[in-house]
Design a protein around this ligand. Sequence first.
Ligand SMILES: [Zn+2]
Length: 248
Amino acid sequence: MVEAWLEDLMTSYNRDSHAQRAGYLAQVHMPGEVFQSLVWWALQALPDEILVGIDIDAERPHRDEVNAYFEGDEVHSRLFQGQGYVIKEAHIVNRGDSYSVHHLPEDWTDDMFSADRGSRAGRFTHWLHTHPNAPAIPSGADADAAQETQGIDMILGLRFSPEGPLPWFDDVEGTRRTLKSSEEKKPRKRSFFARHALPVLGRAPSGHAIHEIQLIGFHKSGVGVNIVFVDGEGYPFGWDRASAQLVV
Ligand SMILES: [Zn+2]
């Protein structure tokens, strides 16, 4: 089950993905259950970043009507491997700081996944890594690491407390995609503290209060890839099946 507050955030993110679709050449559909796991893992691994390998479900193409709804004016249908298929599952592959997280042990494909990935033990299609208490904007090291990716790269940025050794770092330029709450309430008290308190979107099993979640997808060429959060049946959160569109 996906937590209600997270489903609310994914719904508003989907609205943004639709509103901004003209800026993207391609899209990827991410199940809410997988995304929730990614957020929990990110916080459990603190203060490290984690690198996650992501498989697609080759038997589950994007739903046509959903795909069409999120298409921009210009579409590149053969931009990357696994394009057009819903994400299936994710595996933590590495953890470390913003540089070491990208460097896998050389023999990792031989040993690490032989049990659960069968004899193929192949490389993952997509990759995601985390930015604890920093925006989801790629660094130079991130762009370099993406050059070997067959599918797309994603970055999950999280703002949380307690911060531990990682105070919020915001001095980065780039395009941001934040999962906004649809119920941003006005603070009841107009005190200094109320006006400066961060909103708590939800709490993770690790005990952290989550203040902000950002997610971006990009192809190694540098173009952005639009992400759509879908339920177990491949419909976007916030989708009305009768009218085949998002409920505004
Ligand atoms: Zn990074």
